[in-house]
Design a protein around this ligand. Sequence first.
Ligand code: ADP
Ligand code: MG
Length: 238
Amino acid sequence: MGHIKLTNVKKSFGAVDVIHDINLEIEDGEFVVFVGPSGCGKSTLLRMIAGLDRPSSGDLAIDGKVVNTVPAADRGLAMVFQSYALYPHMSVRQNLAFGLENTRMPKDEIAARIAEAARMLEIDSYLDRRPGQLSGGQRQRVAIGRAIVRRPVAFLLDEPLSNLDAELRGSTRAELAALHARLAATMIYVTHDQVEAMTLADRIVVLRAGRIEQVGTPLELYNRPANRFVAGFIGSPH
Ligand code: ADP
Ligand code: MG
């Protein structure tokens, strides 16, 4: 569960080609980071995997099944955004429950999942507060918690730390790595931050203007960058 495959995926907005013919296979449980400069198509790629955008052509498959026409809610994925996207008028607990309540899930199962996620993320003590009463770091934990309670086959994270200050970004990054080890779920993580890519990724996908420049482990990219762009971006001396 959590195997994701992109075959000849393209995306245009009007006459503008934003994603050019992407082929990529992500293994179950892998932590894959999409890295590249602003505007290179990272979010567009993630949104297509999530089902928030449709490829103009090509196929997207999850666990061997083509999902091009499967609605976002039925893909078994959970997305975490930079902007948290929490409901301001709801408590943390209600934010975590939202989405599960529309399913047939029994109330005690919902409560158990919330309790588990809250323990894991250490947000137990503010379950009854509203997002406006929380710090940025606390809000981002809640946003991650909302993904965890859904038990997705893959987590899609779009620059989840970029609204946090440097110190908090470092500690939350370490917590994300620990969370990945614990959940053993596929994670696809978008960032323009090289340090995040190098420290979190099993494999890094370097994107430039809608194309993949190179895919490899952090060490491979560092030691054997395919070109100057990758070398410059990953920061090796080559
Ligand atoms: P990144 O996340 O890497 O910064 P995006 O995926 O957001 O890049 O955007 C890639 C390109 O596609 C940019 O040039 C952006 O302006 C364009 N783009 C993204 N979404 C739309 C849209 N809905 N309509 C038109 N152009 C878009
Ligand atoms: Mg983006």
